[in-house]
Design a protein around this ligand. Structure first.
Ligand code: HEC
Length: 154
């Protein structure tokens, strides 16, 4: 007598579990995508920093006109580094240390330092300053300050 109800119930539970497992898979996929995205952005920041170094430090002066382009990318993409590290994106192919989520205040502060250093460098470039070395070094040091405590060194 109660069998159909039981069946319907267990079918319902199976569906719920099934859907639950599926959304779990989606969640893992989307964390992977989040990690891929932030690593892509970090690599692009790294590429732009390397390009700045080649001109400012090594003297590839024929590319001086591109300095503002490279600095601007870093300015734009460091406005909110913590947003690249949402809660729960702490597993998979990531080198981010747990400290990113445990010490969010310090993390935001170091992100802000890099952003400010990039803004200062961009302003100096736009003002046509010739000796950009010290400002570039400050930017580089600000990256390292964060990586030292928040990124696993391979
Ligand atoms: C507030 C902290 C913070 C700042 C500031 C920061 N980074 Fe990172 N960066 C990280 C973390 C954390 C990772 C590891 C990300 C991961 O593996 O998920 C990373 C990864 C990287 C990577 C490796 C990406 C990959 O494919 O594995 C490069 C390159 C990089 N950063 C360059 C820079 C440069 C250049 C700057 C400065 C202009 C900078 N970062 C500033 C936290 C920071």
């Amino acid at each position: 007598m109660h069998k159909p109800i039981k069946l319907a119930l267990s079918f319902g539970i199976a569906m719920t579990l099934g859907l639950g497992a599926m959304s779990q898979v989606h969640a893992i996929d989307s964390v992977e995508a989040t990690v891929d995205y932030r690593k892509g952005v970090m690599r692009a920041i790294g590429g732009n920093t390397a390009a700045l170094a080649a001109v400012i430090v090594d003297g590839a002066n024929e590319y001086r006109d591109n300095l503002a382009i490279h600095a601007r990318y870093i300015v734009d993409m460091t406005k909110d580094i913590p947003a690249l590290f949402p809660e729960g994106s702490d597993f998979g192919e990531t080198n981010a240390l747990p400290a990113v989520w445990e010490n969010q205040e310090r993390y935001a502060e170091l992100s802000e330092n890099t952003h400010k250093a990039a803004v200062t460098l961009l302003e100096a470039i736009e003002a046509g300053e010739q000796d950009l070395g010290p400002r570039f070094r400050e930017l580089g040091q600000s990256c390292r300050a964060c990586h030292d405590d928040f990124r696993q060194s391979n």
